[in-house]
Design a protein around this ligand. Structure first.
Ligand code: HEM
Length: 466
């Protein structure tokens, strides 16, 4: 027999045996329901991720199979509040950790804890108060530039991206940025390149071994994101307490972490901050699509006249309810990555199913937030009142846009501050409307899941208020 035939026979038999084992009752996850194609291989999962429709598919799978579904040979997806909390307490899997650059989000277990501590210092109430001045200055710049485009349709997504980017670079590296004044087609390219990084993570992360392989051969064309900013920051020294200051442990000189880690984290702050404009775009889309919500927020904002610095959530309950509803319907990490039952743990039971060591567990937030058992009636509709009057079913524990557990969003308070301040500022300054003929359904349907959510341009006509 020719060598080539032996080769095919060997690998064919091996492949077939693996497939049969994965489909058989001998597999430890055989009692978890799910489609055959998912049980056989993760390649289908990568293909779904590449389509940007992973969130839709996960929702449909749970509707068909229930609270726990087998989504890979060695992977399950969980859609039950108690199970989700257990899953999100597990350490992160190779989906996150198989990277060449390790920001906080790429760490698991004991590597994560000390780094998280430094981040928490940079995100505590005292630090946020120090970042507020920059937030106010950047907000005023945003309003100034938008005023110049009065009466025209501007892409609100792109302006909000620039706004958050400029603010985030300032608080991460202590360097004011001016992408707000740059040509929006140029900045759009730049933000798409950041989105592409997440897209690669979302697709290749489904098959981490392939990711590791691709990573080995990928050309290293670009220096690490943030390297130049970091070099300038080091040359300048500390002039104010930015995140860089907290991450290099300036107050504990003997405990300095490697500079590579600090740069990765500051770069991470800038890139994950783009989740905030994602929520804000969905918020303005939803309010402008159903103008009664827009009018109610406007009335609430107009009823108060404190300075922007003094704006706090407690004084804007309806606005907060609208932001919550945008976070619920359009979570910026719609399906996230997998966590893992650790080796040496003996396994874990979630949703009544025993999951052996090494099982990958995922919690799809998009599907969770639209589950009729938790949010009803009208789980797929933008209904801010569900957060206010108690007349609708609301399971607050099932609302996890910032995730849950030891690796939940460390920037959530900052994100809330940004969202509230810029919403109040824009509502005070402008009358807004969507252009005539704008296709509401097409926009909603173009919401895509590439680990972080992406959405198309949102043209909004702004006119200064009298
Ligand atoms: C509305 C806006 C935001 C939402 C909904 C959000 C949501 C999330 C979620 C779901 C995670 C967990 C991701 C995962 O495990 O795959 C996460 C992690 C994280 N977020 Fe946010 N985020 C937002 C804004 C921000 C901002 C403004 C920052 C900037 C400081 C930030 C910094 C981080 C970091 C550093 C992590 C990793 C935390 C860890 O590993 O311990 N996020 N975020």
């Amino acid at each position: 027999m020719a060598l080539v035939q032996i080769y095919f026979l060997f690998f064919g038999t091996l492949g077939l045996s693996i497939v049969l084992y994965r489909l058989s009752s001998a597999h430890p996850l055989s009692s978890v329901p799910g489609p055959y194609i998912n049980k056989i291989s993760k390649f289908y999962g990568s293909w779904v991720s590449a389509s940007g429709k992973r969130h839709i598919l996960q929702t449909a799978l749970h509707e068909q199979y229930g609270s726990i579904v087998r989504t890979g040979p060695n992977e399950v997806s969980v859609l039950d509040v108690a199970g989700a909390k257990e899953a999100l307490r597990l350490p992160r899997s190779r989906f996150y950790t198989q990277r060449s650059v390790h920001g906080l989000v790429n760490l698991a277990g004991s590597a994560h804890t000390p780094r998280r501590r430094r981040w928490e210092r940079g995100m505590n109430a005292e630090s946020l108060a120090e970042y507020d001045e920059s937030l106010m200055v950047t907000t005023q710049k945003l309003l100034g530039y938008l005023n110049k485009s009065s009466g025209e349709a501007v892409d609100l997504c792109e302006w909000l991206n620039s706004f958050i980017y400029d603010f985030s670079v300032d608080i991460a590296f202590g360097e004011p940025m001016e992408t707000l004044k740059e040509d929006k087609s140029r900045t759009a390219q730049f933000f798409h390149s950041i989105e592409n990084g997440f897209k690669n993570m979302s697709v290749l992360g489904q098959t981490p071994w392939l990711f590791a392989f691709a990573n080995k051969f990928a050309p290293r064309k670009h220096p690490m994101f943030g390297s130049e900013l970091a070099q300038r920051r080091i040359a300048r020294g500390t002039t104010k307490r930015d995140l860089f200051y907290h991450l290099i442990d300036e107050e504990v000189p003997e405990a300095k972490p490697p500079m590579r880690e600090v740069i990765a984290d500051c770069g991470l702050l800038v890139s994950v901050s783009l989740t905030t404009p994602s929520v804000l775009s969905c918020l303005f889309y939803s309010m402008l699509a159903q103008k009664q919500h827009y009018e109610a927020v406007k009335a609430e904002v107009d009823a108060r006249d404190e300075t922007l610095t003094a704006v706090v959530a407690a004084n804007y309950p309806f606005t907060v309810a609208c932001i919550n509803e945008a976070l619920r319907l359009y979570p910026p990490t719609p399906t996230s990555g997998q966590h893992e039952v650790p080796k040496g743990s003996g396994g874990q039971t979630i949703c009544g199913q025993f999951l052996p060591e090494g099982t990958q567990v995922q919690v799809p937030l998009y599907a969770m937030h639209r589950r009729p058992e938790y949010f009803s009636p009208r789980p797929n509709d933008f209904v801010p009142e569900r957060w206010l009057d108690g007349s609708l079913d609301l399971t607050k524990d099932a609302f996890m846009p910032f995730s849950y557990g030891p690796a939940n969003c460390v920037g959530r308070n900052l994100a809330w501050r940004e969202m509230l301040v810029v919403t109040v500022a824009l509502m005070r300054e402008f009358e807004m409307e969507l252009p005539k003929g704008f296709d509401l359904d097409a926009w909603k349907d173009s919401f895509q899941d590439f680990y972080i959510a992406t959405r198309p341009p949102l043209p909004v006509i702004l006119r200064p208020r009298a």
